[in-house]
Design a protein around this ligand. Sequence first.
Ligand code: MN
Length: 356
Amino acid sequence: MKIGLGLPGGTIDERRLRFARQIGATHIVAHLVSAPSGHPLEARGYRVSEPNARAFSKAGLAELKAQVEARGLRLEAIENFAPADWYDVLLDGPRRDEQMETVARVIRSLGDLEIPTMGYNFSVAGVWGRGAVPEARGEAETVAYRDPEQPPIPLGMVWNMVYDPDGFDPDDPTRVLEPISIDEHWRRHDRFLDEMLPVAEAAGVTLALHPDDPPLATLRGTGRLVHRPEHYGRLADRHPSPRWGFEFCIGTLAEMPGSRILDVVDRYSRTGRIAYVHFRNVVGVVPSYKEVFVDEGDTDMLEAVRILQRNGYRGVLIPDHTPLVDCDAPWHAGVAFALGWMRAALRSIDALDDSP
Ligand SMILES: [Mn+2]
């Protein structure tokens, strides 16, 4: 298996890439939508998604790939579409056709540039409701979900990001999204794949789905897709294309009640449809859980890599996110600890492939 690092948008520069290589990553997963846009709403704590960001253009992706390769690394995947580029795909809105074409263009660009995987999270509510708490080992700051009240989603927002700043008024309780049923959400996702998988097949790009975090059946009135492990199986049966797979987030899957996570790792790694792995650990399950260091959670992560190896998985593991370590560089220390642990774990079972 190979070790990668996920890098948030706006942070990918030469120094960050050297850091990745120095701590033993050979592969990069780039998140391009998390970069701040500079919009005034960000000062009020909202994240804003700008449309047609240059980062997603073929020129932008080519530049990113060249930058990654110049540091001796390989660009394994781009993770997540920009909400501004595909909100009406999620909402089944009037601009859906146009936005499907934008998504298709991104996938074709990845294919042209031989970037193998596009990770995505088909979710209206997105990752929401977790707060920072000093509850990982040694009071390290991490995130926890503690069953908060779920206000409806203001219009102009999907995936916890504002795509329409002019139409967004979080203080007006009448300007909120109507509920979306689970069945309706599944229907929209099936339609998305029915239309987009032929594009991915032609481009030679794998679409890899992240499970819903937090894994609840509904969140803020909107249905969720993969909130139990068996939903991955259901989707794999419905969409047998080799260009559809799992962005296999062990942390999120472990947050699902009764999931017996090592059995889940065993079952789904046998299918050969894991595109790449988010390798992180948690304590608890919904509606109450927290993220922790890789070696302190409920999941025996060493056993997880043994199972992946035994079942023939040879792809990339990234640490997803980690608690922040108290020092001058909390993020760097957190991921460096995770990568060191992961390299040693793979080495101990003779499973580390160190070639970019
Ligand atoms: Mn994840």
